[in-house]
Design a protein around this ligand. Structure first.
Ligand SMILES: NC(=O)c1ccc[n+]([C@@H]2O[C@H](COP(=O)([O-])OP(=O)(O)OC[C@H]3O[C@@H](n4cnc5c(N)ncnc54)[C@H](O)[C@@H]3O)[C@@H](O)[C@H]2O)c1
Length: 440
């Protein structure tokens, strides 16, 4: 039976008014502020300024020169110069106090997401937070409560949910291609050793430091989000449990031994995060989801992205066809031979890729998924739509970060996942598999 502190599915901080299915307050112009202008925040700025009706009014980094650099770049691209904030670890609050914003995008290191997200909500803005929205379950509950109190939305900027295969998978799942969906798997498997040991890439090597303090699945949301969308999690089904295992932490120390000079600061580190962390989740409808997180081992990139049911399955990240995914679905496939997912990706192509895909590929990183997320967020605010991803989805996808560690600490114990919707998950409703809309 499930044990542990996550057992009580009732909210410890009951919010007054659920934001399930509640649209954004409509705005013709979306005034955007950015907190954190390192690798990610600086590279996302152009994309936030590009959709029709969007405008970056303020940028902030504790390192003031980074705010100046992004403001310069915005001007060079022909936009009005955003106001600059920086120099102090509290400069973000000055920005929130002085500039009226409709959307704040947060791309600081993980340990600051909760504080920056909460302050932005309280300042009256909607908020897009990089992965994860917070690092502890009580913080996630507090963000849910703050969203409900302020009636502003906060969501996980989960760009991988906008992948072409991921969106086609969700649509194929909803159309019944896999029959009754019974299981799915997703992951973040990315060899980040070079970047984590580079003293100039992650500011103050914050990402490597997390591997010295916590044995948890830091970033499986890239894989879990798309599977949750395909399974209508919080929209008819719910993730009920988590159990986690970790392999020994070997790969970072091995890399350091082979490649780091003896005076490198990493020699002060002791790594505690297991190389591969695997989580298993049950859902209310009897499905099973597996997620994996490994950023320390040599391997090609993968988010696994696999879904299966009573009529067949698909598996992504295989060298088959243009889509790089394979499929086997009855009644057509019954001969033990995989087929390419290409034809199904065309059949179930999401309207966002058809209407905005070309712009997205020309406008930003990760093959277009970043810009699709940005364009769609601006569109949803300008039309006053219900967000594709809400705070309940975001908290559900991020709760495994701390809960994986709790489960591992208890020898792989089965823990209950919190129901952030407080019972409102039972009704089927639209998510990222949305209706086509024109940008106003
Ligand atoms: N979704 C994706 O595909 C994706 C890709 C890359 C990074 N990320 C996420 O983006 C975030 C940032 O990662 P990064 O690689 O840009 O790291 P980074 O170290 O390059 O940038 C972090 C920035 O935050 C600033 N900062 C720290 N404290 C601050 C404060 N109190 N106020 C204002 N600024 C502050 C730092 O000065 C730095 O410029 C992380 O959460 C990371 O996981 C997401």
């Amino acid at each position: 039976a499930p044990t542990g502190p996550a057992l009580d599915p009732a909210s410890p901080i009951p919010g007054p008014a659920s934001m399930v299915g509640v649209p954004y307050a409509q705005r013709d112009t979306v005034r955007i502020g950015i907190i954190g202008l390192g690798n990610r925040g600086a590279s996302m700025a152009s994309g936030w300024a590009a959709p029709p009706g969007a405008r970056i009014d303020a940028v902030c980094d504790i390192r003031a020169d980074r705010a100046t650099k992004v403001a310069d770049a915005m001007e060079e691209e022909g936009h009005d110069r955003p106001r600059e904030f920086g120099g102090e670890d509290t400069s973000f609050q000055d920005m929130l106090d002085e500039v009226e914003l409709d959307l704040v995008y947060i791309a600081t290191p993980w340990e600051f997401h909760y504080a920056h997200g909460k302050a932005s909500l309280l300042a009256g803005a909607n908020v897009a937070v990089e992965l994860p929205i917070a690092t502890e379950v009580d913080e996630m509950w507090d963000l849910v409560a703050t969203v409900e109190k302020t009636q502003n939305h906060l969501f996980l900027a989960e760009n991988c949910c906008y992948g072409r295969n991921e969106l086609a998978m969700a649509r194929a799942s909803h159309a019944g291609l896999f029959g009754d969906v019974t299981r799915g798997a997703g992951a973040y498997l990315h060899d980040l050793r070079g970047l984590m040991f580079d003293e100039n890439y992650y500011t103050d090597h914050w990402r490597r430091t997390w591997h010295t303090t916590h044995n948890r699945s830091f970033y499986a949301m890239h894989g879990l989000g798309p599977i949750a969308n395909a399974m209508d999690i919080n929209r008819g089904d719910r993730i009920t449990t988590i159990r986690a295992t970790a392999t020994a932490p070997r790969a970072l120390a091995d890399y350091r031994e082979r490649f780091m000079p003896k005076d490198h600061p990493s020699w002060a580190d002791t790594y505690v995060k297991g190389d591969l962390i695997t989580c298993l989740h049950d859902t209310d409808k009897g499905r099973v989801i597996r997620t994996e997180h490994d950023v320390s081992s040599p391997r090609p990139y993968s988010r696994i992205n696999s879904l299966a049911g009573t009529r067949g399955l698909m598996e992504d990240y295989v060298p088959v066809g243009d889509s790089g995914a394979r499929v086997y679905v009855e009644p057509d496939h019954a001969d033990d031979v995989w087929r390419s997912f290409d034809a199904f990706r065309d059949e179930f192509d999401h309207w966002l890729w058809q209407d905005v895909g070309e712009d997205a590929e020309n406008n930003g990183g990760h093959g277009g998924i970043d810009y699709l997320m940005q364009w769609r967020t601006v569109q949803a605010i300008r039309l006053g739509l219900v967000p594709d991803i809400d705070v309940y989805d975001s908290a559900t996808w991020c709760a495994p970060v701390p809960l994986s560690e709790e489960s591992i600490d208890q020898g792989g114990a089965v823990l209950t996942m919190p129901d952030f919707t407080r019972g409102k998950w039972t009704t089927l409703r639209q998510g990222i598999d949305s209706e086509r809309k024109e940008m106003p």
